[in-house]
Design a protein around this ligand. Sequence first.
Ligand SMILES: Cc1cc2nc3c(=O)[nH]c(=O)nc-3n(C[C@H](O)[C@H](O)[C@H](O)COP(=O)(O)O)c2cc1C
Length: 313
Amino acid sequence: MSAPTTRAKGPDMRVNVAGVELRSPVIAASGTFGYGVEFEDIISIDRIGAFVTKGLSREPMAGNPTPRIIETPAGMINAIGLQNMGVKAFIAEKLPKILKIKGAVIIANVFGFTIEDCIEVIHALNDAPGIAMYELNASCPNTSHGGMVFGTNHELLFDLASRCRAVSKRPLMVKLSPNVTSIGLMARVAADAGADAVSLVNTFLALAIDVETRRPRIANVTGGLSGPAIKPIAVRMVNEVSRAVRIPIVGMGGIVRAEDAVEFMLAGATAVQVGTASYADPRAVENIATDLRKWCASHDIAHVSELTGAAIL
Ligand SMILES: Cc1cc2nc3c(=O)[nH]c(=O)nc-3n(C[C@H](O)[C@H](O)[C@H](O)COP(=O)(O)O)c2cc1C
């Protein structure tokens, strides 16, 4: 009689964010992964945890004038201005295609100029099939109203998050602005308002000036800084938030390799998002998910969630 075959099982990479089980903690970040379908032929979407759509608004938005993206040392500044096709077109044109992608877990990013706008977007998405969770963008630095204004005023943030939570039929993750004095306080406001999870960080308000023309290098004048340049600040903020709230934290800011994801998880994140790295390498999210599994295997981590909050600080 032959001995029973034992198949070496790899580390368990599943994590649970607000009741949504993800097969990996590595998620593609909003605004850097289109509506997901654009990446269907580039990566295996069933090897990443989930992807977040570009921010969806009530009406289509053309975004800001160009130039609206520049490279900086170890990062980039963008002021896209939330260009998007609008929630109705997303549901009619993109969602049916996304739903055909094997293993796609969709997080819809919601944006509005007013609380009523956000509520309308959520109402529209509530009736659409196949979306796992909403990420409420309370933190875009590139619009003159809404966006970051919500995320930097604790009364407005409470109002926005609680009213959106009340109408949301799916878990609601509130995306926090790093452009505040105390991100722990803002996370607590979001949690008190009923948020099921928080994600952070969005981009840091930034300015770059062309020294020859003395003009801003971004047409919008200011933009949002992302990429490796912001990572240590983002990791500190995730840790601060982990001490302030008990809801799950999704951390991001400058993740380009598996070890960066580990660092965010040790600081307190349950899952992570990868944004700017996809501009340098469209396969970055999948590669980081694969490498994170290998990292766990080589460090005797049986379950990736063991890493969450395990930093010795
Ligand atoms: C070009 C660009 C567009 C973005 N658009 C959105 C967006 O629509 N909604 C949103 O919540 N965040 C948006 N972000 C922010 C990212 O999702 C992420 O929070 C930020 O870039 C930090 O992560 P990273 O350093 O890995 O890029 C955008 C970022 C970039 C670079």
